[in-house]
Design a protein around this ligand. Structure first.
Ligand SMILES: Cc1ncc(COP(=O)(O)O)c(C=O)c1O
Length: 374
């Protein structure tokens, strides 16, 4: 092959590195907020026989609209959040990353703007870049909460078609109180781009990737769907649901929003194998989510332990904790790695993020952190 060929890669992609946390084979992996508990043999067996059944018709394309899976996801949300949405108001894709990219494919693009508030999930910026949507990033407060006045000012100034807000937020773990969600939704009702001389709504995506870890008594944004037709609630089976390897994310939204997304989705994007695996996993949701309570407790104990040991730690509604503050966080990250503990360098300078693991993994992390900071 000739070395001289010049490929017409998009100028804005030239020289960039692909996104992704390091995937390293180390004993303690606490870097991508997975549920540390693997599926039981009963679940493995059910998935295996469901996939075998799907395999019998793999010569055919899968169901493009996957009504069975949508119904099953709607049932799950009704149990988990006590909010009943119709299967027609559910959409799914290969991870919530794909769901949110599809939202920007349908509502973003050249001439359109998407807004978010840092520090937040770093992929949001990539969805914008990949869909040629203008990216505007405001800042959270020093305590990592959202200043609603700043959100209002940004929405009115930028007139975005989409606002992306994670609650609980990654990497801070902070949740957006429901009253703030309502205020933002009310403002966003008229802050979208002007189309044919008329103000549109900004689509507000509340990304509840970590929603199941929220504290008892905290409602899901799903409760606001009925009254706010420009709201999208994004969820995933990758985190609390302990199915990161499956790649299944989904959203609940008004039918018109889902209709728009169906225009941009690739045909047959959810394979039969994915649909069969997800349906099998959903039959076992109680067991798969069985460790959520203990992970929450483990998280709160970890925050207390970090503070008792002289670190700053942010109260988390998620399954990870942002802690610091270090003059050289990269040095701490690498020192932990030499102890076989992989965490994540992410968020504002000086801070690190650790996922909540099994009690044994958390102990190994605490021990290693004590040694490397002694
Ligand atoms: C806030 C947030 N949203 C979405 C995702 C994407 O998850 P997935 O594509 O696995 O559903 C992540 C993954 O870490 C996340 O932290």
């Amino acid at each position: 092959m000739s070395e001289d060929i010049i490929y017409p890669v998009r100028e804005d992609l030239a020289g960039l590195q692909p996104y992704g946390a390091p995937q390293l084979e180390v004993p303690i992996r606490l870097n991508v907020n997975e549920n540390p508990y693997a599926p039981s043999q009963a679940i493995i067996d059910d998935i295996a026989s469901s996939v075998a059944q799907a395999a019998a018709t793999l010569n055919r394309y899968p169901d493009r609209d996957f009504p069975q899976l949508r119904a099953s996801l709607a049932d799950y949300l009704a149990t988990e959040s006590h909010v009943r949405v119709s299967p027609e108001n559910i959409w799914a894709a290969n991870g919530s990353n794909e769901v949110m990219t599809q939202i920007l494919q349908a509502f973003g693009g050249p001439g359109r703007t998407v807004v978010s508030f840092a520090p937040t999930y770093s992929m949001y910026h990539e969805y914008a870049r990949d869909t040629n949507t203008r990216w505007v990033q405001g800042q959270r407060d020093p305590d990592f909460h959202l200043d609603i006045a700043a959100v209002e000012e940004t929405l009115r100034r930028e007139r975005p078609s989409v606002l992306l807000l994670a609650s609980p937020n990654n990497p801070t773990g902070t949740a957006l109180p429901v009253d703030d969600q309502k205020r933002i939704l009310d403002i966003a009702a008229t802050t979208g781009p002007q189309i044919n001389g008329r103000a549109t709504s900004t689509i507000v995506v509340i990304d509840e990737a970590y929603g199941e870890f929220r504290r008892a008594g905290v409602p899901s944004a799903l409760e606001l769907l009925d009254t706010h037709p420009h709201l999208v609630v994004s969820r995933t089976m990758s985190k609390a649901f302990a199915m990161a390897g499956l790649r299944l994310g989904y959203m609940a939204a008004a039918r018109a929003i889902i209709d728009a997304i169906m225009l941009v989705r690739l045909p047959y994007h959810l394979s039969d194998v994915t649909q069969a695996t997800a349906l099998a996993a959903l039959r076992h949701s109680a067991e798969l989510l069985g460790y959520v309570d203990s992970l929450r407790e483990e998280r709160d104990c970890l925050v207390s332990w970090l503070r008792e040991n002289g670190f700053d730690a942010i109260d988390s509604d998620s399954n990870f904790v942002l802690f610091g503050q270090f003059a050289d966080r990269d040095a701490i990250f690498h020192a932990l790695l030499t102890h076989g503990v992989l965490i994540r360098v992410v968020g504002p300078n000086g801070w690190l993020r650790v996922s909540v693991g099994t009690p044994q993994e958390t102990d190994a992390f605490k021990q290693a952190l004590k040694e490397v900071t002694a």
